[in-house]
Each structure stands twice: as C-alpha cells, then as structure tokens.
Design a protein around this ligand. Structure first.
Ligand code: PLP
Length: 389
C-alpha cells in the first residue's frame, strides 16, 4: 500500500482523534526512520517515549520473538516466567516490594488511584480520606479516573461528570497547604510534567511535599509514565529528587514498543491489594514482559551517564539559539520554547527530515536513549535551522 492509500483508508475507517502529521513510518533502525517512499528522518520522539532503544532493537526483538515461540498469552490465572522475571527486575531496580502490571500508563495510574483509595479506606474508613491531590498542569491519562486526575481544563470538556476527589494545587507550598484537608489520602504528581510543557518541578518543593505526606500518612504517588525507565538520567525521576514515593507508576519505555504498564508498591502499600481487588486479562502479557525485561536489564549507570551527557548537550545547544526563550526538562526529556508555534516547527522539521513532538506551546524532545552522536548532530542541525528560519 502506498502512503496516499493508507492516508485515505485511515480517514475512512479510523476515528479522527489524533492530529496526525502527514507522514507514515514504514521501517527504521535505531533513531533513523524511513517513510513509505524511503525518505529518512531522524527520530527525536521514540514514539512518545516508548522506543527507548530505538527502532528494530536486536536485543528486544530477540527476547520478544523467543517468547512468541513459546507462549503469547496465558492470562493471570497461571504463572509465566517473563512476568515474574520483570517484576523481580523492577523491584531490584527501584526498591519496590510488589508490582501490579497493566497495559498502559493510564491503567497503571488507575491502579495507583484504586490502591490509594483502598489504603485509606482500610486504615481510616471508607469514604473518609478519598481525595487525591493533583498538580495543575498534570497529565495522568485518558480513562475517566485518570482524566479526572488530569488538572488541565482542555481535557475537561464534554465528559462530565468526572470522578470526584481530585482537588488540584499549583507547584508552590502555599497552594499545596491550602489544598490539604482531612479528606486528603494521597498526592499524585509527575516530577517533570510532560504533556503540559516539560516543566521540571522545584526540588525543595517536592521534598517538602514528600516530608509532609510522610508526617501525615498521606500516600505520595509519583507518575513516572513518561519520566521513568532512564529518561531523565536515572531509572526514575524521583531518584533525582532524593524522595521516596509510596507508589510509582511506569509504562511507555518499559515495554520498548509493546503495551505494558506497572504500578510499583513500596513498604507502606505492599499489602493494600488482596485477591479480587484489581485485575486485567492482558496485564503482564508474557511477550510484553519478555520485551520489558530485555529493556530494564540494560537500564544501568553507564546508560544513565550517556542520557545525562546527551541531554545536557541538547540543552546547551538549544540555549545558544537567539530565538529560543526557554529550554526545560531533565536528561533526554526536553522542552524548547521558541517564537514560533510548536506545531509549525514540528511540521517544518518533518519537511527537513526530523521528527519532534510538541507539549503545549513547546517543542518536546524524547529521543531514543541510545541515539548515536551522529544521529543526534544530524537532528540538532535540522532543528537549529528550523528554529532560526
Ligand atoms: N501519565 C503520564 C505522565 C503520561 O505522559 C501519559 C501519556 O502520555 C500517561 C500517564 C498515559 O499513558 P498511556 O497513554 O500509556 O495511557
């Protein structure tokens, strides 16, 4: 099928819920992708932070194919090796005590929301400390509960009534303290807010919130769906802040390209769920878990140092440009504010052979973590040219 046919059939048969760029991806290797006409592009997106070892990664493919040759799905009534192996790896890398698998980031957050409510219902009585405070500008997913937890007005059209119990606060102490009430049972936040503009939170503020939560038995939940799996230069962004969450959610890069999410439970929350409290047919699918294990095994200090080095290089290079007014983020999760609309920059980049993302009014970069220096320079050259045009 050629690109025009695909585009036409897409228009005819698929709900138009995505603002697709006018380009298709036919194949790729690492951070170099090709469209259906064979034209090449440098990828600064990783499929929104998913393909952290790039396209067509041999190690991941080998793990996935080898599992496909054994068991493609078993459901959660039976034991499988990849699920156990990935859970153990995640606990070892994070200090978590238990893992609950899901199929996406939103579902991992649903799991965290349910766990927070259950923890508080068990301890303080049903319906007493059910509120989960969320940060203004947060993005936690598209399901009804995670949309309710997403404190961005743009996402709050059409679908009322939302789930109650998600008061929001600004990232400052006064706003946070004003939001806390005797109904507060948890706080949930991204430490680098992705979708709303790659905003890095203030370290002292995050530590103060964590300390307050600890002192008042309020669960501290960190959404690492976008920031996790090495993206910021550590396994999880909370490790950069020196805080210890009670629950962490992860997805995107965890699967390396296949849909998987996970909710990690630490000391306080390890025993919240019992038989029947949560579940999913597909969650922890053995193929996804085998791929995930092949990803997580390679998330080590050497890789994190490379992420920090490359991220810092992008940050420095972008800051040199006169038309760039702000560069934000952490590691290889970078937001760039220029004098042009972000979407126009992204479209122009495609014309010149580069994929970038947008986040609110910023250009957002989430390159594969193993992008080569050569690919990085090629992409940066295009981005520089487009920004300075
Ligand atoms: N949480 C954060 C911080 C995200 O960035 C996203 C997706 O972009 C989600 C949750 C939802 O993840 P998914 O799209 O896998 O449901």
């Amino acid at each position: 099928m050629d690109f025009e046919t695909i585009r036409h059939k897409d228009e005819q048969y698929i709900e138009p819920i995505y603002a697709r760029f006018q380009v298709g991806i036919a194949h790729g290797k690492g951070a170099t992708l090709a469209d259906f006409a064979g034209r090449e592009y440098i990828d600064f997106t990783s499929g929104i932070g998913v393909n952290i070892f790039g396209m067509n990664d041999e190690v991941w493919k080998e793990a996935v194919i080898s599992q496909l040759n054994k068991v493609q799905h078993a459901c959660n009534l039976y034991y499988t090796q990849p699920q156990t192996e990935l859970a153990e790896l995640l606990c070892q890398k994070s200090g978590a005590k238990k893992v609950c698998f899901s199929n996406s980031g939103a579902e991992a957050n649903e799991c965290a929301i349910k766990a927070a409510r259950k923890y508080n219902a068990d301890k303080y009585g049903e319906g007493r400390r059910y509120e989960i405070l969320v940060l203004n500008g947060s993005f936690h997913g598209r399901t009804m509960a995670t949309l309710s937890a997403t404190a961005q007005p743009a996402f709050h059209q059409y679908f009322t009534p939302f789930l109650e119990g998600f008061p929001s606060f600004d990232p400052d102490w006064q706003s946070f303290s004003a939001a806390v009430t005797d109904k507060t049972g948890a706080v949930m936040m991204e430490l680098v807010q992705g979708e709303s503009g790659v905003t890095l939170l203030d370290f002292d503020f995050v530590r103060k919130v964590e300390e307050y939560c600890k002192a008042h038995d309020i669960l501290f939940i960190v959404d690492e769906v976008q920031t996790g799996n090495g993206r910021t230069g550590k396994m999880y962004s909370y490790q950069q802040f020196g805080v210890q969450p009670d629950i962490v959610t992860t997805a995107k890069g965890l699967g390396g390209g296949l849909p998987i999410g996970a909710c990690l439970f630490f000391d306080k929350t390890e025993f919240v769920f019992h038989y029947g409290d949560h579940g999913s047919t597909f969650a922890g699918n053995p193929v996804c878990c085998a791929g995930g294990a092949a990803i997580v095994k390679r998330l080590d200090e050497e890789l994190f140092a490379e992420v920090t080095r490359k991220g810092w290089h992008i940050y420095t290079e972008m800051n040199k440009l006169s038309k760039v007014s702000k560069v934000s983020g952490m590691g290889m999760m970078i937001g760039i504010k220029t004098d042009k609309p972000a979407r126009a920059v992204a479209e122009r980049c495609i014309e010149k052979g580069l994929f970038v993302l947008t986040a609110h009014d910023k250009i957002r970069l989430l390159p594969p973590l193993n992008i080569t220096d050569e690919e990085l320079e090629k992409g940066l050259k295009i981005l520089r040219e487009v920004i300075e045009e």
